[in-house]
Design a protein around this ligand. Structure first.
Ligand SMILES: [Zn+2]
Length: 193
């Protein structure tokens, strides 16, 4: 168990997640995980980099419920949290809901995006990194998530929680937040709480 950690300041900035998007999420969960619900059961936290330079552009990317360009599926991709370049934390989706940010883990993963072009932008930005660590540590304490289950998107294939029923996606992952980055990130988590 992680000791209690105070919640960091979080700006609520929800994207539209109405009945249609929830129904799309339920269908996705059934197709990919064999689960008949869009309700998130948090077991892991996945860290991402947006590969863009602004919070507003990030919000605008996730807001519409449109099929993504890479996999062509609904609901639209999204994330629970975004940490901006000044260390502001924004919540886009409530934690009760699954959202699409990591193939194979959306049924159990809280998603945290960081505005930046590459891992080094996040690890080299003291305010952004500190906000991210505090948010993650608080979420770990709230949901009893082990530090080894705080992973980078690029580590998704080796998570013990990974499930993917669609054969063409069995080996699908992204390059953001590599094992090298995440070893440093997890070490730093130990400083907080
Ligand atoms: Zn990612």
């Amino acid at each position: 168990m992680i000791a209690d950690v105070p919640p960091p300041p979080i700006h609520q900035d929800p994207i539209p997640f109405g009945a249609e998007r929830r129904a799309d999420m339920r269908r996705y969960a059934r197709r990919h995980y064999g689960i008949r619900s869009a309700r998130l059961k948090p077991r892991t936290i996945v860290q991402h980099v947006t590969v863009n330079t602004s919070y507003r552009a990030t919000w605008n990317t996730f807001a519409p419920n449109v099929a993504d360009g890479e996999l062509g599926e609904l609901p639209g991709t999204c994330t629970h949290f975004v940490v901006d370049r000044r260390g502001g934390i924004h919540q886009l989706v409530p934690l009760e809901l699954m959202c699409r940010h990591t193939v194979g883990l959306n049924h159990v993963a809280i998603g945290i995006e960081h505005v930046g072009m590459a891992d080094g932008d996040v690890m080299g930005n003291a305010r952004q990194l500190e906000a991210s660590l505090r948010l993650t540590r608080w979420l770990q304490a709230e949901h009893d998530i082990r530090t080894r289950d705080v992973i980078g998107h690029n580590e998704s294939l080796t998570s013990p929680y990974r499930v993917e029923r669609v054969a063409r996606l069995r080996d699908q992952t992204h390059g953001d937040m590599t094992p090298t980055t995440m070893r440093r990130y997890r070490r730093q988590l130990g400083r907080i709480g």
